[in-house]
Write a protein that binds this ligand. Structure first.
Ligand SMILES: [Zn+2]
Length: 320
């Protein structure tokens, strides 16, 4: 019996296993967290997975993204993950999309019964937050950086939403590419995320607190969070799904450059972080780093072959 150890575990049992076998989970992002959570759910016998990721496998991903090997470099993560997961469990139906999710296409890809946030940026998370609130799809916010992680299971209308918790964010957040990450934090975050997903699927209560954990300090904290009465998302005043707020990459006519308008930036601070990675040119007007030209009003010009790669470079080096 493939799932005998899980069925013997009294909290799951035969009934729980049947629910797991009959459920679809959407995994948005197949980096370190998405890879591991997809593998755990596939091994647990999840009925079907919808995998979405806009990136290709890079050498620097192999340190922590456990579904990929050296042979997969330059291949789309979503498609590589599908092939690998099908070898692990041929009973799990897997649909994979090499796509950048935005307000125009999110409804084509993010499906019930639940979604896992394994993305690398807050813009996509706020978009997912609004979409899932509107469609009443539970989802699990999860983020990792350095040796720390954060996680919260969002049940639309029942728990606070992402905007209730992080409504004040208007500064770019650092990314793993800039701040770094130890690979051991990812499986811990995925373990908690996949467990929360299983709990929801089998009708058991999920966490009511925001979890903060640090694998370096051996610490797990539970932080109380509250629904905000004036939260725009919880009051159905949306700004991401209707495109009012966006970090769409706009192609500049006659060039191979894209423009992304993000929050204002302190160029000196940004330069200080980026010069740890590569050469930075900073003058009174702008900062030039690799294929990016960055302005203090938040505008960033990126030389890239397509908008997907432009957005990917923005998230990597500017963050948010
Ligand atoms: Zn809210």
């Amino acid at each position: 019996m493939r799932y005998s150890r899980q069925i013997v575990f009294e909290k799951i049992g035969v009934e729980g296993q049947e629910k797991i076998n009959g459920t679809n989970v959407t995994i948005l992002g197949l980096g370190a967290i998405g890879s591991k959570s997809a593998e755990l759910l596939t091994r647990a016998g999840i009925g079907s997975l919808t995998l979405i990721d806009r990136d290709i496998v890079e050498e620097s991903n192999l340190q922590r993204q456990s579904l990929f090997t050296e042979e997969d470099i330059n291949q789309p993560k979503a498609l590589v993950a599908k092939a690998r997961l099908e070898k692990i469990n041929s009973n799990t139906k897997i649909r994979a999309f090499f796509k950048d999710i935005n307000n125009k296409n999110i409804e084509d890809y993010v499906r019930p019964a639940m979604a896992l946030d394994c993305t690398d940026n807050m813009q996509t998370r706020f978009l997912l937050n609004e979409f899932c609130f509107k469609e009443k799809i539970p989802w699990i916010y999860t983020a990792i950086i350095e040796s720390t992680g954060m996680l919260f299971s969002i049940m639309p209308e029942k728990t606070p939403c992402l905007t209730c918790i992080f409504n004040e964010i208007n500064q770019p957040l650092d990314s793993c590419d800039v701040s770094g990450i130890i690979n051991t934090i990812a499986p811990l975050a995925s373990s908690i995320q996949a467990t929360e997903a299983i709990k929801y699927i089998i009708n058991k209560p999920t966490t009511k607190e925001l979890l903060y954990f640090d694998v370096w300090k051996n610490k797990i904290e539970k932080i109380k969070v509250k629904k905000q009465i004036g939260c725009p998302t919880c009051n159905s005043r949306f700004s991401y799904i209707n495109g009012k707020k966006t970090n769409d990459a706009i192609k500049l006519c006659g060039t191979n450059s894209y423009q992304i308008q993000g929050p204002k930036l302190k160029l000196k601070e940004v330069a200080g972080k980026l010069e740890k990675i590569d050469k930075v040119i900073l003058n009174d007007y702008c900062l030039i780093f690799k294929d990016l030209t960055i302005f203090s009003d938040g505008r960033v010009l990126i030389k890239a072959p397509n908008d997907k790669q432009a957005r990917s470079a923005y998230t990597k080096y500017i963050g948010y």
